[in-house]
Design a protein around this ligand. Structure first.
Ligand code: NAD
Length: 362
């Protein structure tokens, strides 16, 4: 859909998302009280196999409120993993869920909560932002479908920046750029409002400043705190507004070509912003200002280079011969977008992104 992006301050609808957010270094120790506050007396703790030690630690903190752990969470929430998690919940007579991890683990918590009605306390350890959205993406036989419903939103989110100290610098960078992408697309969304626009600007500015500091010193708790705060704000943008071309392209590249989630966001973002430059001037000015850059797309490209994030689709696994098919898929069923989405335009965008070239100049 073409058109000039609306100004968020002049005409809007604001719908609050009813979640409780508990934020601060060391607050993981409050997990038991937060679970109890949700009426949970036997919590199933969820994680990936890689974060089994984190799940054990949470179970210990929960004490008698922990029913046990299920550590099988996997990328893109496969239905068979959800079924195994639900079986574990039944076997352990669990009456609530505590997820600790990135978007994959929070996704598993959402999938089980949606099917059982159990309360869900999410403890995020990346910057992906899933914990504050009512959105769930699931895969069955390799096909990913996405749904949005109020019951998917976790009831409480506990953000403890100390849990992100161990997030490797590379994943911190790409995950942070993934978060920034949510805020960028919110700023030119047709349903943006003043609250979300404020979160978007603050989120971009916070992550834009904190991520380079994290790269210099991954144990910098001040920078980790600012980044996690930014990721909450950016995640809220994703949960509150319609996403556009950037998220569509990343969905296609991840879902149909198997590209890694956060890295794909990191490569694509500056190119989509350049594509939308002329049709969303107010958003571009906000993004540039939040980054302290002369221009939005260039500022995002430079930030990604500072963070040593992957620059090209080539290096993260897209074949050159797949460019045309990816463009056709994204153009066939586009999300609403400030600039008209054409297959030809997308081929040009993806070619540059594949090569790792900077976005076209302003
Ligand atoms: P992830 O959850 O897949 O985590 C990647 C790896 O990093 C995992 O092995 C994980 O255990 C590990 N890890 C996470 N935090 C760590 C930490 N602090 N220290 C050490 N290791 C850590 O990655 P992600 O990028 O957070 O999530 C991606 C998934 O989330 C995708 O499936 C994506 O579609 C989904 N997602 C959904 C939404 C939504 O609103 N529904 C939003 C964003 C992302």
């Amino acid at each position: 859909m073409a058109g000039t992006a609306p100004h968020p301050e002049t005409r809007f609808i604001y719908q609050a998302q009813p979640a409780r957010v508990v934020f601060g270094a060391g607050r993981l120790s409050e997990a038991r009280a937060e679970a109890a506050r949700l009426g949970v007396s036997r919590a199933l703790v969820l994680s990936t196999p890689q974060q089994a030690a984190d799940a054990e630690r949470v179970a210990e903190l929960l004490g008698p409120v922990a029913a046990g752990c299920f550590t099988g969470a996997a990328m893109h929430t496969p239905l068979e993993v959800t079924a195994a998690g639900m079986q574990a919940a039944r076997r352990l007579s669990a009456d609530g869920l505590v997820s600790i991890g990135g978007g994959s683990t929070v996704g598993l918590g959402k999938a089980i909560a949606m099917r059982t009605g159990m309360a869900h306390l999410a403890i995020p350890t990346t910057y992906a932002g899933s914990e504050v959205t009512p959105i769930l993406g699931e895969t069955e036989n390799g096909i990913k479908t996405t749904r949005r419903a109020p019951g998917i939103l976790p009831a409480t989110v506990l953000y403890d920046p100390e849990l992100t100290i161990g997030l490797p610098p590379g994943l911190s960078a790409t995950s942070g750029l993934n978060a920034i992408a949510h805020a960028v697309e919110a700023l030119y969304a047709p349903d943006v409002n003043p609250v979300v626009a404020h979160f978007a600007r603050q989120g971009i500015a916070g992550l834009g400043a904190a991520l380079p500091a994290i790269l210099r010193d991954p144990a910098d708790i001040g920078a980790r705190t600012r980044a996690l705060l930014g990721s909450w704000m950016c995640g809220t943008c994703l949960g509150s507004t319609a996403m556009a071309l950037h998220h569509k392209l990343c969905h296609v590249l991840g879902g149909s070509f198997g590209l890694p989630h956060a890295e794909t966001h990191a490569v694509i973002l500056p190119h989509v912003v350049a594509y939308n430059r002329a049709a969303a001037p107010a958003a571009m000015a906000d993004i540039a200002q939040a980054l302290g850059a002369g221009e939005a797309a260039e500022g995002l490209y430079d930030l990604a280079r500072t963070l040593r994030a992957p620059a090209s689709l080539r290096e993260i696994g897209l074949g050159q011969e797949d460019i045309a098919a990816a463009a056709a898929l994204a153009a066939a069923d586009p999300y609403a977008n400030p600039s008209p989405v054409t297959q030809e335009g997308l081929v040009g965008l993806l070619r540059r992104a594949w090569e790792g070239a900077p976005p076209p100049g302003a």
